[in-house]
Ligand binder design. Structure first.
Ligand SMILES: Cc1cc2nc3c(=O)[nH]c(=O)nc-3n(C[C@H](O)[C@H](O)[C@H](O)COP(=O)(O)OP(=O)(O)OC[C@H]3O[C@@H](n4cnc5c(N)ncnc54)[C@H](O)[C@@H]3O)c2cc1C
Length: 338
């Protein structure tokens, strides 16, 4: 009989595991240990000192086919924070190869030449079940952080901030400041990014790819939401919401503001005077690289793990690319193992 579930990492995978456990009627204690001072992991919002408004670290696109993600959002009562919108594609709408390239780099965050095409095919097949795109209506904080905090308060889920796990022994969890003795009634879920998990278990850290987002503050507010992809440029996707224009460049670390701005000007018919400020956020380790070699290495790591270690995290799902859906699915799968 399990008394307490200890979840390491309060990103989507850890939050999904906790919410799923409670929705299945687990009435024991759940402790979520988070190294940083916020939940949500790679999905976060903050007030930009350059733009003076709250923005998300990056545009997070979801699909109606992300069934587990939607189930999680339903548990925490935040599906109302989703916004359905079908993107437009500019430039080479009729060039299938370029469209395919755009799909691959966007889904796998890996340059087309290196990307694991088999994983992309699996991704496409799943997406086709219900390919309608969904976006965040307000911010990731409104979609994930606030609803999950409310859910945690009413469901006996304790979130412990600043708790960085640095080691594990069969009956001991070692944090940077404390140690936790485990009994047979405790279960641990490691819902960590690959690099953190690798450090604890002395495993290789897999190659990662960055995602760059450039957020521009526009002089005037747009009443309509817009999401546009392009197949012939540095930027893959542009999102316009009110007076923020966000550009996403996958698998690339760039500071080339001029090119991104010129592309945005062309697509939205804007002038230099329409832009008042900008900020660049490059997440250097946005996801593991989803090339064939790295995926094989990842699979080997997973195969060789001791059977009593329960893990979660976007990188652990072999049939999905590293996305929000993969993170939530991994959290749900971890619960099945308990
Ligand atoms: C810029 C950007 C854009 C993206 N766009 C999309 C998109 O459009 N669509 C999509 O589906 N996905 C997108 N993703 C991917 C998606 O955000 C991730 O796949 C997902 O958030 C991963 O969740 P996770 O819980 O697996 O990991 P994380 O979010 O990394 O959560 C892990 C948590 O563990 C904590 N932690 C780390 N080490 C320790 C430790 N030693 N002890 C305790 N806690 C620790 C971390 O602080 C973190 O909170 C994007 C990612 C980025 C960065």
């Amino acid at each position: 009989m399990v008394d307490t579930v200890h979840i390491l990492g309060a990103g989507l995978a850890g939050m999904a595991a906790a919410a799923n456990l409670k929705s299945k009627g687990f009435d024991g204690k759940i402790n979520l240990y988070e190294a940083s001072n916020h939940i949500g992991g790679r999905c976060y919002s903050f007030i930009s000192p350059y733009l003076n408004v709250k923005i998300d670290n990056g545009t997070h696109m979801m699909l109606k086919a992300n069934y587990n993600l939607l189930a999680f959002l339903k548990i925490i009562n935040s599906t109302k924070e989703l916004y359905p919108f079908f993107p437009k594609i500019k430039n080479s709408s009729y060039n299938l190869k370029k469209l395919w390239n755009l799909g691959v780099v966007s889904a796998l965050n890996t340059k087309y030449v290196n990307a694991d095409k088999f994983l992309f095919l699996k991704t496409i097949l799943k997406a086709l079940q219900n390919p309608h795109p969904l976006f965040v209506k307000n911010t990731l904080e409104d979609l994930l952080v606030i609803p999950f905090n409310n859910f945690a308060k009413t469901h006996n889920i304790q979130i412990k901030y600043g708790k960085k796990c640095i080691g594990y022994e069969p009956k001991k969890l070692i944090f940077s400041d404390t140690m936790l003795e485990l009994t047979t009634k405790d279960v641990v879920i490691f819902a960590l990014p690959q690099r953190s998990f690798a450090r604890i278990f002395n495993l290789p850290i897999l190659p990662h790819n960055p995602i760059t987002n450039v957020h521009f503050l526009l002089k005037t507010k747009n009443n309509s939401f817009n999401f546009v992809g392009q197949t012939n440029g540095l930027t893959e996707w542009f999102k316009v919401k009110e007076n923020i224009l966000s550009a996403t460049i996958s698998a690339t670390n760039t500071k080339d503001i001029n090119t991104v701005k010129n592309e945005a000007k062309k697509i939205f018919n804007l002038n230099d005077s329409d832009f008042t400020a900008h900020t660049i956020i490059c997440e250097k380790m946005a996801t593991i690289s989803q090339d064939k070699e790295t995926i094989l290495k990842r699979n080997k790591i997973l195969e060789l793990l001791p059977h009593d270690i329960i893990i979660a995290g976007d990188w652990t799902q072999q049939d999905l690319p590293c996305t929000m859906e993969a993170a939530v699915t991994s959290g749900f799968n971890a619960v099945k193992r308990i």
